[in-house]
Design a protein around this ligand. Structure first.
Ligand code: IPD
Ligand code: CA
Length: 272
């Protein structure tokens, strides 16, 4: 298919992404009872369950049945180049550790890139029956209700979410930021699913979120939801959000947290 055909109707992509994320969430819910660790990936604490793999298979099959020329990148190994200029970026279960322990903070994350830019993001949290959707330039909604990030601009009043990677060296560096951060903010949360942390920023459930080490599937859908709700979603020193550092916050709060993270070189990779 020529690339021009990829100037695709974002609403059609949103509709397919939504149907698939809903179906995937139901499958994950139905498999949760008695689920066990099946494998590990990057470290002994980076677990994979049969549900992660089954949900990714369901998503990939649904995408290819509807759009056989699209590319797919999935956390559990899906890697299809595609020829349409559209690429699906999938985290079948974001928050796998919560899922394994029966904690209700995990989600199916479906991002859709058009010509390299995320155009659609859908995050489905079936435990809470929450569906987060965003379309580039079209805003973000939670169960159909428009979202706006918090307008807070004082770091001292900010509720800041963060996350920790699976590598012990990265964790040690991430932990080193906390002694300086905790005394100057309202509080810190580690909720355990990056896509939902970004959605929480979109809804003002937290004022900001930052993390080093995010993969494209952690960031794609939730990043667009936060951005479309008015948040800045960026890296440090003008770089784009990504593996080195992702910081999401309302425009009023962003600079203060940015500068604190710069003082810690929070985007330096301790594993490099
Ligand atoms: C992880 C979660 C976690 C974040 C990690 C991610 P996974 O994804 O989003 O909150 O701190 O960086 O890898 O492994 O549960 O899909
Ligand atoms: Ca995952």
């Amino acid at each position: 298919m020529p690339l021009t055909d990829a100037v695709t109707d974002l609403d059609a992509l949103l509709s397919l992404a939504t149907d698939l994320a809903r179906e995937a969430g139901q499958l994950a819910l139905s498999m949760r009872e008695g689920i066990e660790q099946e494998d590990t990936k990057s470290s002994p604490t980076d677990v994979v369950t049969a549900a992660d793999r089954a949900v990714e298979r369901l998503l990939v099959a649904g995408i290819l049945a509807a759009r056989p020329h699209d590319g797919v990148l999935g956390e559990e190994g899906a890697g299809i180049a595609g020829t349409s200029g559209v690429r699906w970026v999938l985290d079948p279960i974001d928050g796998t550790t919560n899922y394994l322990y029966g904690l209700p903070q995990w989600a199916v994350s479906v991002g859709v890139e058009v010509d390299g830019r995320t155009g659609v993001g859908v995050v489905h949290d079936p435990s809470k029956d929450e569906l987060w959707q965003a379309v580039r330039g079209g805003g973000a909604v939670l169960n159909g209700r428009p979202l706006r990030c918090s307008a807070r601009d004082e770091l001292a009043q900010a509720m800041v979410a963060t996350g920790f990677g699976y590598d012990a060296r990265r964790r040690a560096a991430q932990a080193a930021v906390l002694p300086d951060l905790l005394p100057v903010v309202r509080d810190v949360r580690r909720l355990g699913a990056a896509s939902l942390d970004l959605c929480a920023v979109a809804a003002g459930r937290v004022d900001a979120y930052y993390e080093q080490g995010l993969n494209p599937w952690d960031l794609s859908a939730g990043g667009l939801v936060a951005q479309e709700a008015g948040a800045r979603v960026e890296g440090l020193r003008g770089r784009p959000a990504g593996f080195d550092l992702t910081l999401a916050a309302g425009p009023g709060l962003f600079p203060a947290l940015h500068d604190l993270l710069v003082r810690h070189d929070a985007d330096a990779d301790p594993c490099a």
